[in-house]
Write a protein that binds this ligand. Structure first.
Ligand SMILES: [Zn+2]
Length: 237
């Protein structure tokens, strides 16, 4: 429910939160998961799985990346290495299609199906406000463009060998992980808040006020650091 591109943008704008019934439900579900996750011990393997995607962002992408990674082992000739570049390129196009939704272009022109860079650009513009995420946006943009350009270079390279091709595959895997992270950030409703008293980010939802339609108007966030309560008020548009 709180996944994919179906949740309205206004859910993420800074001062004008507006929850529908579904979102309220998801919000509470997310909270439950968040609380139980906080109690589990940190497992490094989970982190690796999350970087290398596990499944969530797209099983088909994961499968492709694994196949490409397996090709590295048997590649010997220039054509083999170039072919891996081609597969990396295809995987990136698949990533672009996976994260992009036509509504992200608004009234602007739709990118062509294989225009990976443009789809990523629109995705980033849609989910990450420039004013709130300048460094984050900047590094993602650079990584996205560099990965795409490098994969394309490899498809024509006469000199790329095992190491260059491994780097290219690693960049692709990382990039898929990066976009998964962005989606996680976007759909983590508490990530942008901190305690108004001690600035701690260890917050959990202690309660909320909703109107008669179930729309959340105010949230009470409990701080684990100082025990204080931070109020978040959502204004209707
Ligand atoms: Zn506090």
């Amino acid at each position: 429910m709180v996944k994919g591109n179906t949740v309205p943008m206004n859910l993420y704008s800074q001062s004008t939160y507006y929850f529908g019934v579904d979102e309220v439900y998801s919000f509470h579900m997310g909270l439950m998961q968040r609380m139980s996750a906080a109690q589990d011990e940190y497992n490094p393997e989970d982190f690796v799985n999350s970087v290398t995607l596990d499944a969530e962002i797209a099983p088909q992408l994961f499968r492709k990346l694994k196949n490409v990674a397996a090709l590295i082992d048997t590649a010997k000739e220039i054509e083999d290495f170039q072919a891996i570049g081609v597969q990396c390129r295809k995987t990136l196009i698949e990533l672009g299609s996976h994260i992009y939704n036509p509504m992200m272009a608004g009234s602007g022109e739709q990118p062509q199906a294989s225009n990976f860079k443009r789809k990523c650009e629109l995705f980033i513009q849609f989910y990450l406000k420039e004013s709130e995420n300048p460094d984050y946006r900047n590094i993602i943009k650079k990584l996205t463009e560099a990965t795409w350009d490098y994969a394309n270079k490899i498809t024509h390279s006469r000199s790329a060998a095992y190491y260059e091709v491994s780097t290219c595959v690693t960049l692709c895997i990382s990039l898929v992980g990066v976009y998964k992270n962005i989606l996680q950030k976007v759909f983590d409703p508490l990530s942008q808040y901190h305690c108004s008293i001690c600035q701690s980010k260890k917050l959990s939802i202690a309660g909320d006020d909703s109107d008669k339609d179930g729309i959340v108007q105010k949230l009470y966030l409990h701080c684990e650091g100082c025990g204080g309560t931070t109020e978040v008020v959502f204004e209707k548009k």
